[in-house]
Each structure stands twice: as structure tokens, then as C-alpha cells.
Ligand binder design. Structure first.
Ligand code: GLY
Length: 305
């Protein structure tokens, strides 16, 4: 069994936790990834201080991470076997259980913004592929230039995986955010390019409400990162929220989740959470996961990897 590291801290008022993906990131890069998480958490904190909703704050944080080419989301994300961007993203409102998600979305600057527009329209939950792209265009989003969003580093990672017969494991670097406001409303959001060299059309847990993302203000909010197939098979985000509802305290709910995924399926990854009482937590069974957390009642932003 992999060693699981975790952290938890109580907050009052609004609070936010972000992650920049579970993986095996070298310490020189992991430090910069943690600073990118700090920037995302602090942008969300500024918005919450100014009265933004939890959905707005979650989107601000995730868009900040999508725009940062260090992460596997938005600009700089993993490429599929055809060398294309194919994004998964999802967002959920804990007060209403409204949700929006995109799977295998072609190049758009901020996939989480498209997922949020699906949530706000409140008709569908998940749209995928060209259909999702056409729906987004019909709601005023513009396609992005794939060439402008693909980085040299993502091309190099794909070349290495293809040279290795398509084997490279999951990419890490998925991004996510959970937010609570002073009234106890919760939101969760996750965004990723998925796995380097994945087949055309593959969708992972980050596209699926209940697997990568879940929020229910009566229990908690969760965003996952890691071995997507294992997180889908265990409906991981919902399982963690149900652990919280059953009374798991501090980081127990997400530690239990990661133990189960490792024990049953050998899957590794990481999770961030906020429970209904305002306890913020992260846990990881990988060597690294960049993260940052801020709260109205704290005097500093906590950051790590
Ligand atoms: N957890 C991200 C993915 O598997 O696509």
C-alpha cells in the first residue's frame, strides 16, 4: 500500500483549497507549482472577500490554473494520441446539486467556464466532444487556437509516451478547487487534459460528477486528481462526500477514500475537501500534490506539495 500523507485545518467564514495535481513532480518544479496554487487560491480569496459566489470563486481559481502552462489543464495540458487537446472539466454547486461538465472538449481557453455555463443553464449536466464545442459556440464562447495552447513541454511528453509504445501512465497535474462561503454554501470544480497519449474520445474522472468532482452543502465538497480509471470505478468524489456525511472528521474521509482506491484497484492520486463545518483538508497517495488553502479566519495562505 502506498503511504498516504494528509493535512486538515478548521476555518471560519469563507475558505478555499486548490490543487495542482497529484504526481511525481521534481522538487524544483513542485515549488513553482505550489506558488501557482497560491496565486489561484488568493485570487479566489479576493473574490470571496468582495462577495463573489462560491461558483464564481471556484471558476476564478481553476481558470487561473488553466491559464498557467505548468499544469495539465487549459494551456500546456496533456495531448491525446493524435497530438490534440481534449479537455475534461466539471463544476458542482453544493446548495442546489446543479452541475455542469464537459468531456473530450477540443481547444477552448477555459474549459471550466464552459462547464459552468452548462451548470448555469440548468438543462444538461454533461456534454462531450464536438457537440460540447458547438454548444459552447452557440452560447458565445470562441474556439481557441490549439497551437497557441500547446506547449513545447506537452509535445515532448507526448513524444516520450509514443516512443514508449503509448505507455506513460497518467499525467498528473489536473487542477481543482473547493470553496465554502460564510453562509456554508459549497462548490467544487476540476479541470484536466487527462492522460498523455490517451485514445481519441477518452474521458476521465474530471468530466464526471461523482467521480472527479462532487459538492453537497449538507456534507462536503471534493475535487480529485490521479488515476482517473480508478477514481471512476469507485465513484470517488461522491464516496468521499458520503464518508464526511457519515461523520469522518478532519482528513479521515479522503484518507479512507485513497486507501480504498489503492487497496481495491492499486490506483494512486490525491484529493482536496471542505466539509460542512469548514474543515479544509487534502490527502495524497502519490509523492507530490501541489496545493494551497486560504480562509477568512486565517492570517496566512498555506501552501505545499
Ligand atoms: N484524473 C485525470 C484523468 O485521469 O484524466
Amino acid at each position: 500500500m502506498a503511504k498516504i500523507e494528509s493535512w486538515a485545518k478548521r476555518s471560519e467564514g469563507w475558505s478555499v483549497v486548490v490543487h495542482g495535481g497529484a504526481g511525481e513532480v521534481p522538487s524544483e518544479t513542485a515549488g513553482r507549482q505550489a506558488e501557482g496554487c497560491r496565486e489561484a487560491a488568493e485570487r479566489a480569496a479576493v473574490a470571496l472577500r468582495a462577495g463573489a459566489s462560491v461558483l464564481e470563486a471556484a471558476c476564478i481559481a481553476v481558470q487561473c490554473l488553466e491559464d498557467n502552462p505548468m499544469y495539465n489543464a487549459g494551456t500546456g495540458a496533456a495531448l491525446n494520441e493524435a497530438g490534440e487537446l481534449s479537455f475534461d472539466a466539471s463544476i458542482m454547486c453544493g446548495a442546489t446539486l446543479r452541475a455542469g461538465a464537459v468531456g473530450a472538449l477540443p481547444a477552448f481557453q477555459n474549459p471550466i467556464a464552459v462547464a459552468r455555463a452548462i451548470l448555469e443553464e440548468d438543462r444538461w449536466v454533461l456534454l462531450c466532444g464536438e457537440g460540447a464545442a458547438k454548444w459552447a459556440e452557440s452560447r458565445g464562447f470562441s474556439r481557441a487556437s490549439a497551437q497557441a495552447m500547446i506547449t513545447e513541454a506537452s509535445r515532448a511528453r507526448l513524444s516520450a509516451v509514443l516512443r514508449n509504445g503509448g505507455h506513460g501512465g497518467w499525467a498528473g497535474g489536473t487542477v481543482g478547487c473547493v470553496v465554502r462561503d460564510a453562509q456554508g454554501h459549497l462548490a467544487a470544480a476540476t479541470s484536466t487534459g487527462g492522460i498523455v497519449g490517451k485514445p481519441i474520445g477518452r474521458m476521465g474522472d474530471s468530466a464526471l460528477i461523482g467521480a472527479g468532482t462532487y459538492a453537497d452543502h449538507s456534507a462536503g465538497a471534493v475535487s480529485n486528481t490521479g488515476d482517473g480509471e480508478a477514481f471512476m470505478r469507485t465513484v470517488a468524489a461522491k464516496m468521499a462526500v458520503e464518508n464526511m456525511r457519515a461523520g469522518a472528521s478532519k482528513s479521515e474521509a479522503i484518507v479512507m477514500l485513497l486507501e480504498e482506491i489503492d487497496r481495491r484497484l492499486g490506483g494512486l492520486g490525491g484529493t482536496i475537501s471542505i466539509d460542512a463545518l469548514g474543515v479544509l483538508a487534502w490527502a495524497r497517495s502519490t509523492r507530490t500534490m501541489s496545493w494551497a488553502a486560504a480562509a477568512e479566519s486565517w492570517t496566512e495562505t498555506f501552501v505545499g506539495y
